[in-house]
Design a protein around this ligand. Structure first.
Ligand code: SF4
Ligand code: FES
Length: 366
């Protein structure tokens, strides 16, 4: 059975002033000249609403790098979608934010790299980013838009989870999303430099419980156990081709943001196909839909409809087989690989995500 998608991740551009070493964008970034134009995005939003999508996440790269961001947002709003802007805050001026609010923007998520300004700027690879994030957060609250702080945690900042939540509260956020680095694309390049220790993860997990109790009713704290230290995998993207789709800056439609890392998948493009056709018929969406593609132990596992065998991109990255059980699962034949990688840590400098660095970065050995 083909479900209806609920969420669309619109990667409006891969351009971004920041260089976060765990960026979820692919190593091969789309160039500005290949980006979809305003009218195509607006058509895609209309088609998405017709398909059942309720929410659009306007993301990137940095969506503020698009001069037509206000028109794009207005188009998504006119299509009846709930519009969520995911931004680094660098590149969105007060004036733009005001125009976005006028255009019908419903929600803003600002990524903050650390509670300590110097460390935050170092992780982002951009001096002064932290101050600009604080300033934009204040503007978001002034416009009475709901604010979520995205805090991506890893070895350099995981011991400051409490400070991050305090910062989110001080900024007026209603929600803080504590997201541990997921190892795809740029984060695989930096895996050993980003990997926390088991002790750090255990302290962080206990801290989240304590913070939830302490701040109950004041801020929602969303957090999950980091992949490499979990017993079961996450139901990645809610199941392949089941709940969400992702449109790249150049118009390719992907079942998840990292799907291009799996070789051999055929993606269709919104320039040539209607979204409903892509959702139902494109080879990439049908490659891992349902459970028929599964191998053992997933094929006969009682959890197969709960976690869908985990993440296809992670299975490929760690085993070379996208149809394998996600090695994060303790039942997976390749599970020992996860423990081995989690134990590999280094203080090597980050490989920052840069447009020009995309050609230099190599795909690491499995
Ligand atoms: Fe999930 Fe497969 Fe592990 Fe079962 S064996 S818990 S379906 S990943
Ligand atoms: Fe692609 Fe998980 S990121 S399936």
């Amino acid at each position: 059975m083909v479900h209806k998608p609920l969420g669309l991740l619109a990667e409006l551009t891969h351009r971004c002033p920041l260089g976060c070493p765990y960026c979820s964008n692919p190593l091969a970034l789309d160039a500005r000249g290949d980006e979809l134009d305003t009218a195509t995005w607006v058509r895609v939003f209309g088609e998405a609403a017709g398909l059942g999508v309720l929410q659009v996440h306007l993301s990137g790269g940095e969506p503020g790098a698009r001069r037509d961001l206000v028109d794009i947002t207005a188009g998504a709003h006119a299509a009846g979608l709930y519009t969520n802007l995911i931004t680094s805050a660098v590149g969105i001026t007060d004036k733009t934010l005001g125009a976005l609010a006028e255009a019908g923007l419903d929600h803003v998520q600002i990524s903050i790299q650390d509670s300590d300004a110097a460390s935050a700027d170092r992780i982002a690879g951009y001096d002064g980013a932290f101050a600009r994030k604080r300033a934009l957060a204040a503007e978001v609250v002034r416009h009475k838009l709901p604010l979520t702080v995205n805090a991506v945690m890893h070895r350099a900042n995981i011991d400051r989870i409490g400070d991050m939540v305090d910062l989110a509260l001080a900024l007026g956020a209603g929600r803080v999303e504590i997201a541990h680095v997921q190892y795809y694309g740029w984060a695989i390049e930096n895996r050993a430099a980003l990997m926390p220790s088991r002790e750090q993860v255990e302290r962080a997990t206990a801290a989240v419980e304590d913070l939830r109790a302490r701040h109950h009713g004041r801020i929602v704290i969303d957090a999950v156990v980091p992949d490499y230290y979990a017993r079961y995998p996450k139901p990645c993207v809610g199941g392949w081709g089941r709940r969400s789709l992702n449109v790249t800056p150049a118009g390719k439609v992907l079942p998840c943001h990292a799907a291009e890392s799996i070789p051999g998948l055929e993606f269709w493009n919104v320039r040539e196909h209607a979204l409903a056709d892509i959702w139902a018929n494109s080879p990439a969406f049908n490659a891992f839909r349902g459970t028929a593609w599964m191998k053992e132990p997933c094929a006969s596992c009682p959890r197969r409809e709960l976690d869908f065998g985990g993440c296809r991109c992670q299975a490929f990255a760690l085993t070379g087989d996208a149809a394998a059980t996600d090695p994060v699962c303790h039942l997976a034949p390749a599970h020992a690989r996860v423990a081995e990688l989690a134990a590999r840590r280094s203080d090597a400098p980050y490989v920052y995500r840069r447009m020009h660095a995309a050609r230099e970065a190599s795909t690491p050995a499995l």
